[in-house]
Design a protein around this ligand. Structure first.
Ligand SMILES: NC(=O)C1=CN([C@@H]2O[C@H](COP(=O)(O)OP(=O)(O)OC[C@H]3O[C@@H](n4cnc5c(N)ncnc54)[C@H](OP(=O)(O)O)[C@@H]3O)[C@@H](O)[C@H]2O)C=CC1
Ligand SMILES: CCCCCCCCCCCCCCCC(=O)OCC(=O)COP(=O)(O)O
Length: 324
């Protein structure tokens, strides 16, 4: 008896009955609205980069190079910055061969300068502004890292890393900012690092420069919001690039090794696509890292003594492995 009435109940409310009843228009209508919403979102995203003037520093290598590829294909008018004219021009040729689907693509401009030379940075900013008369998105990406024990690190090395990672990018930003303020439009993005939020042993100069970067751009975000300019700090974890190869050591010489963490880091293309989404989504502060680094950032904030103990243990372990 019971089984029979259950069966009757099931057949009464079977999927067929529901679909042929009053739910059909509701389901189809919702699906239609969802699809329309997604389409509008995609169009808005594409529109935000298509024909936008995007400046990328450090476009000769690693993440900057991948960002250039991704933004180029998305239809941006690129201004690529680097120290090496030949490498950059060769790269522009390569970009010319990339297919872009239906989007209109533009031949990138190039501006050559060294971020550690502040006069050159000011001249470069003028040159950048002359390219299209304005800048929509400035991506401060170029940077170098550091490997060394503070006890053996010359103060000039700290200065060198601060010049490239901090003073250069802020000088470039400040030279381009007035034109953004005047137009009441623009996005300033800076590629910081997880190490802009936590400091790990034997990275003093690098972590300090990235902490300074985070602080400066947080202040900037608050100050220029009223002028219609947006600021975003992106803090990635390890990426598979030449960062460790190009890092400087305590005596100013090149480290020259590809670290395991770097070699096993995220694909730079994947990170570049994430940067494109961040720009399109007009996000303000993004940590692009795995579980452990993210946990470390929370522990640093919520339980500093535990974080300090973990870092001291890490320093002892690393020192020991170097000694042996
Ligand atoms: N790789 C990683 O694990 C992570 C990287 N980051 C950050 O990503 C950014 C890009 O680094 P990444 O691609 O990894 O490393 P790369 O070493 O591959 O690229 C660094 C870029 O910065 C440029 N650069 C270095 N010094 C100067 C200078 N004095 N003037 C102008 N340009 C300079 C380099 O130019 P050149 O080719 O002439 O040397 C190169 O184009 C950096 O800010 C880095 O801190 C953040 C988190 C993790
Ligand atoms: C009781 C819970 C224990 C939880 C342990 C959490 C602690 C784990 C420590 C993780 C440290 C992460 C460091 C990540 C550093 C990083 O991603 O840096 C990115 C870079 O900028 C890389 O530059 P580098 O020159 O250092 O290669």
């Amino acid at each position: 008896m019971v089984l029979q009435s259950v069966r009757r109940g099931i057949s009464k409310y079977s999927g067929m009955d529901l679909m042929s009843g009053s739910l059909t228009p509701l389901v189809l209508g919702s699906l239609g609205v969802l699809m329309l919403y997604r389409l509008l979102q995609r169009l808005r995203r594409r529109a935000s980069v298509q024909d936008a003037v995007v400046v990328i520093t450090g476009a000769t290598s690693g993440l900057g190079k991948e960002c250039a590829r991704v933004f180029h294909v998305a239809g941006a008018k690129l201004i690529l910055c680097g120290r090496n004219r030949e490498v950059l021009e060769e790269f522009v040729q390569e970009l010319g061969t990339l297919a872009s689907g239906k989007q209109k693509i533009h031949t990138p401009s190039t501006v050559i300068f060294d971020l550690s030379d502040l006069e050159a940075v000011t001249c470069a900013a003028e040159e950048i502004l002359k390219c299209h008369g304005h800048v929509d998105v400035l991506i401060n990406n170029a940077g170098i890292s550091f490997r060394g024990n503070i006890l053996n690190t010359h103060i000039n090395v700290h200065k060198e890393v601060m010049d490239i990672n901090y003073f250069g990018p802020i000088a470039l930003t400040q030279a381009i900012l007035p034109s953004m303020v005047q137009r009441r439009s623009g996005q300033v993005v800076v590629i910081s690092s997880v190490q802009g939020k936590i400091s790990i042993p034997f990275r003093s100069a690098y972590a300090a420069s990235k902490h300074a970067t985070q602080a400066y751009f947080d202040c900037l975000r608050a100050e220029v919001e009223q002028h219609g300019v947006e600021v975003c700090v992106v803090s990635p974890g390890y990426i598979r690039t030449s960062l460790s190869l190009n890092a400087v050591t305590g005596d100013g010489s090149k480290y020259g090794l590809l670290d395991k963490n770097t070699a096993e880091g995220r694909d730079p293309r994947e990170v570049a696509v994430a940067v494109l989404r961040i720009v399109q989504g007009r996000q303000k502060d993004v940590l692009l890292a795995g579980l452990l680094p993210t946990l470390a950032v929370y522990i640093r904030t919520l339980c500093p003594p535990l974080f300090f103990r973990l870092m001291a243990a890490r320093a002892r372990k690393e020192q020991k492995s170097k000694g042996s």
